[in-house]
Design a protein around this ligand. Structure first.
Ligand SMILES: [Mn+2]
Length: 396
């Protein structure tokens, strides 16, 4: 017998599906949140069931369970932990630890792709084209490679996973994998996915207007409360607001924090680590501790949300040779433009400020961080230029 304890996300359930392909009814699968895994591991190890092999995927264990697992192994028990989170790399010092952030080929690993490869290598599973494709979709989704590759099918697979129950998703996928052939969605699933996309777009649009900015530990965070679409939301808000180091998504009901960043030089697994959580450089999570509550919930409650930059402008464009105008919450008007030396300078209400910047991005970043400015729309831009012209004419 096998017991699989896995994560309760797409990559985690991907492991369950791959394990069921290999072991059929000989594997008992349980999907867990990050918070609950250690309890389940402890429960299994305390039962002293040496006849059942324990497989842990997509999650790592705490120090106590590290010791328990080692004792379990020494007592003759069989266990393996397969993970791809870099915060779990220290578990490789054990015989049962198999943590790999990257696959042999150099691309990023997911727990599903690692388990699939492991089962094939151990002679426990025959690879197939459909399974290869399914595993690759899960891997691309979990590592965000789908976005770079424009692989929308990977994103849709995750959306489908959220539309049905765990059991339903498992049996739907297992059926599809047993049928063989190319991995595809049915016309009905496609229709559902289209409706779901529209719903998500509306949700993200609403959340965009609720995000608050705050500074913590020298980093700038965008803080938003949300219970759904965390990955997509974190990514959209991050791309919309490159001046922020990371986005933190608060789920009060679940008492959880999710961290996301779009920047290569920010590591949100470190931010999560300060609250006892962990994860990847670009996506991580933690439980809502008292400290996290103080900082992100209390710290943002009294603040006004960030105003969004005007969209669909034709004239008031970033990096434009005519300059770009912004408004601050206190009503001040900021004008970023290139000066004679080719540097970017800033005017506040018509007065040139001392500091200049090498790039437009740097100038905008400073204004957005320090003043909370937003890009004005074309009407306001034209009005601004007219007034400027009038003033210049009066002056001459
Ligand atoms: Mn994963």
């Amino acid at each position: 017998m096998y017991k699989l304890l896995s994560h309760n996300d797409l990559d985690g359930i991907g492991c369950g599906i791959v394990a069921k392909m290999a072991f059929g009814d000989d594997v008992k699968v349980r999907y867990n949140s990050v918070q609950i895994l250690d309890r389940e591991v402890e429960k299994f190890l305390e039962s002293g069931d040496l006849a059942t092999e324990l497989i842990i995927t997509d999650l790592s264990v705490n120090e106590e369970n590290e010791k328990r697992l080692e004792e379990f192994r020494k007592a003759g028990g069989k266990a393996v932990l397969i993970d791809h989170h870099k915060t779990a790399l220290h578990l490789n010092e054990y015989e049962w630890g198999r943590v790999q952030v990257e696959e042999e080929e150099g691309r990023l690993a997911s727990a599903t792709s690692l388990l699939y490869r492991y089962l094939i290598d151990e002679g426990l599973l025959e690879p197939s084209r459909t399974a290869d494709e399914f595993v690759e979709l899960v891997r691309q989704y979990d590592t965000w490679e789908w976005e770079k590759n424009g692989n929308d099918k990977a994103r849709q697979l995750n959306a489908l996973f959220f539309l049905v129950s765990f059991d339903e998703f498992e049996s739907m996928m297992l059926e599809r994998l047993q049928e063989g052939g190319p991995f595809k969605f049915s016309p009905f699933e496609k229709k559902l996915l289209g409706m779901e996309d529209d719903k998500m777009t509306r949700y993200i649009r609403k959340k965009r207007r609720e995000m608050v900015q705050l500074e913590a530990d020298g980093l700038y965070a965008g803080v938003v409360h949300a219970e759904s679409y965390h990955s997509e939301l974190g990514n959209e808000l991050g791309k919309d607001n490159p001046h922020l180091d990371y986005i933190v998504i608060l789920n009060m009901g679940g008492r959880k924090l999710s961290f996301r960043t779009v920047h290569d030089d920010v590591d949100v697994s470190e931010v999560a680590g300060t609250f006892g959580g962990g994860g990847h450089a670009k996506a991580s999570g933690a439980s809502m501790s008292k400290e996290a509550f103080e900082l992100y919930v209390s710290g943002s409650f009294q603040k006004d949300p960030l105003r969004e930059d005007a969209r669909h402008n034709r004239y008031n464009l970033k990096e434009s040779q005519f300059g770009t105008i912004y408004r601050a919450p206190d009503g001040d008007l900021y004008y970023i433009h290139r000066n004679e030396e080719g540097r970017w300078s800033v005017e506040r209400n018509g007065n040139v400020l001392d500091e200049t910047y090498k790039t437009f991005r740097e100038a905008e970043k400073a204004l957005k961080r320090e003043k909370g400015v937003w890009l004005l729309n074309d009407d306001q831009f034209v009005k601004f230029l007219m007034q400027r012209l009038e003033k210049a004419e009066q002056g001459s």
